[in-house]
Design a protein around this ligand. Sequence first.
Ligand code: MIG
Length: 636
Amino acid sequence: MTKRYRIGNPIPTGAVVTELVPAEGPLPYFTADPAAGTLALALNDEDIVYGLGETVRGINKRGFIYVNYNADNPHHTELSRSLYASQNFLIRFRPGGKTFGVYFDTPGKITFDIGFTDYGNMLISFEDFDADVYIFEEDSLPGITAALRRLTGKSYVPPVWAFGFGQSRWGYRNADDVRAIADAYEKAGIPLDMIYLDIDYMEDYKDFTVSRERFPDFPAFVSEMKTRGIRLIPIIDAGVKAEPGYPVFDEGTEKGYFCKCEDGSDFIAAVWPGLVRLPDVLNDKARAWFGDCYAPLLDAGIEGFWNDMNEPALFYTPEHLDEVYGKIRDYEKEELGIRSFFGLLDCVNGLSNNPEDLRRFFHSYDGRMIRHDKVHNLYGFYMTRAAAEAFARRGIADQTMLFSRSSFIGMHRCSGLWTGDNSAFFSHILLNMQQMASLSMTGFLFAGADIGGFGGDTTGDLVLRWTEFGIFTPLFRNHAAHNTRDQEFFRFPFTEAFKNMTDLRYALIPYLFRVFTDAAEHDGLYMQPLSFLWPDDPRARGTEDQIMLGTDLMLAPVYTQNARGRFVYLPEEMKCLRLRSISDFDEEILPAGDHWVRAELAEVLIFMRKGTKLPLHQAGRHVSEITDEIIHTFCF
Ligand code: MIG
């Protein structure tokens, strides 16, 4: 059963699709302190807290403090409280007791102190104490996540080719760079369905433009690549370059579709294109207009997009820059002591993504002008919704792949996400796995991380180990930042192993896509923690580095360097597959309990539950070449 309780007068978010009449009586479970703007919940020794989607740390969120306030955080570590997404959903899992879920429907900042200050207490603080609070009471953990989905809508299903492998890199500059990548993959015999175009494809970083110099005949190039079985996936940024004569800027300005300052003038910020305006995607008309701006790229044959910088990320605002210059001049007047040196450093470092800047602009939303920080967490969702709605108007929503960096519950209906700028850390393989579980809980099934790591110089073994997990994530993309070491699969001495893993992915796509569409259709999970299936097994409840794919397979990725295997806990008897390729593997039935399982660098582990059939299909170098023919079926 799901009940709604209203606190104050929340600004609508668009997350909920099933309207419920607010329940009578006080909010259960929590102790509210309206003066402090907090809700408190006691946690006992056994309690586990799940949810929050894309956040750092474990699947069990207990013991840390998270701030849901979407943030561009390219250097995130275990200490980062905010990432690109806000999924305000939690489950208090009380083994043997009353378990419930809760969703806080409000577009502003929320702080979740989940036993960080006091391990026995969860304290949720709202910047504005206005929210619709939904309480889910069901008799299982998957029942609770299904109830969230009934409230907020079914999950997005991309076209099947979106399950193919995509190669990306910030640094492919022109058509020849892209051709060279396609050639190298072809030569290595590694399947490839997509090459991503990062910001350098644009003319001066202007959204919806393509550089004529670097892509002389773009539509012809799109179709040339398509003939080779490869789709080009361009990036779209939130900021629109301020340049008279650029139609998107001119039209948006003329129609008043950009975010405004308090005095009614257009808000100005700076991102890659230099000075930009932000489309007011929260406004229905502006959103329809911005969505229609994708048309020229669709007309050129593009069938998929990734939306970036939509927290929104702001390098600086001219207004704040002036203040900083002023302060620097003040510092200049005195002799620079160590204190003032750090003051100076802070004030310069505070230029980007400054919280003050988020209070400088307004949206025309819900029939009034609303200051951005009050609805901050909605921006990425609504930018992406702009595109999805435009695709729906064209009748191509189900043929178009769409995913976004920033997100909020509700966006799961029309788009997927990637988890933003991770790093070439082995620990980020583990983070990827843990985030996948939490994201599935909140309805985001089409998700994945930058395989190999976005920031930093990766190593070949890291890319391979990460790929051995990535072949199971719906979004399967290798991506890296500019000025980092090349990390395409063909760059490393063990190219063969990458080919084998990617071939395995393709042979598994029919199975994986079926698990995915089943989860989407029945409000289930694509990946889930072991406790969702074995809630009464204390060892399964504590397992943070193994994950269920659907309900029948268990994954236990290797996420430490130089490991030649790992410990695995089996809640029941399972069949362990150790695969080097689609035709080279061994199988072993293992009893319930603890095992050290060998997994050499080029080997991936899959554990099957009893009664499972896992088919490998005849595949090729593209998703379109996968046939109904089954080359092998693993059975247990
Ligand atoms: O300021 O477009 O997360 O995937 O390669 C960085 C360049 C902007 C951030 C994205 C990343 C992308 C990069 N972008």
